[in-house]
Design a protein around this ligand. Structure first.
Ligand code: SAM
Length: 258
């Protein structure tokens, strides 16, 4: 056996061992809920992928056939590359540097996932990149806060909100929404009903899971305290308007949390 052959044999077996010793990609419950909304065989783009855990898990579990792991920052992109390479998944997961949906350029993608950011940031990413969503059939979005921004954007941009989940993990409550391209039939809601649904989530409101009750019971307490504080202030028009809004929200919570 020549020296170079022996060396390459050693490197190869060491690499193989690393790959074989590697545990399957672990995933938080929050991201597992996101993955459940991805149809088998999809081509996905995970925006703000960080370590690319979601794409790695989805590939290792035979859920997706191809994934882009999009990142705007070099540090997380390097972590994504490392994770993808150590699992030997370079042929099915492309780590890409880019702001939001820029990474969809020259890609054929069915499903876009965006998780673990605030609702307003996810909404901005969608708004800035909406011209690139032409071929995308599904959006699976998991904001850490302010999901109403996302529901409103979907409604105003011709996406149909098809399902929602709420879950508690490590003391935090997360909402996950699934949207598809088909425009829903024109809603017969009044603006106030619509505002209520955007805020609470139409599916979550009907199901009233334990996490839903926990989230909104806490929110009700906080809003009650804010209203009390505001009532001590001067009655400027802006303050009166703010108080009216909080009262309206509290009345919705009264209706829904029985
Ligand atoms: N998606 C993963 C999750 O849910 O666990 C990681 C979430 S991490 C808190 C947010 C990631 O989004 C960061 O790695 C950040 O660099 C990235 N990010 C923030 N804004 C972005 C943007 N406009 N485009 C792409 N990535 C972005």
């Amino acid at each position: 056996m020549s020296c170079s052959f022996f060396l390459s044999y050693l490197i190869h077996t060491k690499l193989m061992k690393q790959v074989m010793d590697l545990k399957p990609q672990d995933l938080s419950d929050r991201l597992k809920v996101v993955v459940r909304y991805i149809p088998k065989g999809s081509r996905i783009a995970d925006i703000g992928s960080d370590h690319a855990k979601l794409p790695c898990y989805a590939v290792e579990n035979d859920i997706v056939s191809y994934a882009v792991a999009g990142e705007v920052n070099q540090g997380p992109l390097a972590s994504a590359k490392k994770n993808i390479q150590s699992r030997g998944l370079e042929h099915v997961i492309s780590p890409k540097l880019g702001n939001g949906l820029e990474v969809l350029e020259e890609e054929e993608i069915d499903v876009v996932t965006i998780a673990g950011m605030g609702g307003p940031l996810i909404m901005n990413i969608l708004e800035q990149g909406k011209a690139r969503l032409g071929g995308v059939k599904r959006l699976v979005l998991q904001p850490n806060v302010a999901c109403d921004h996302i529901r409103k954007w979907l409604y105003e941009n011709g996406w149909s909100l098809d399902d929602e989940q709420i879950l508690e993990e490590d003391g935090h409550i997360y909402e996950v929404v699934l949207a598809t391209k088909e425009r829903p039939p024109e809603s017969a809601y009044t603006p106030s009903q619509l505002e209520k649904e955007m805020w609470l989530g139409p599916y979550l409101m009907k199901r009233k899971d334990q996490a839903f009750n926990m989230k909104w019971t806490k929110e009700k307490e906080q809003l009650t305290n804010v209203l009390e504080q505001l009532s001590k202030g001067e009655h400027t028009p802006a303050l009166v308007e703010k108080k009216e809004k909080i009262k309206r929200y509290l009345s919705w919570l009264e209706e829904e949390l029985q």
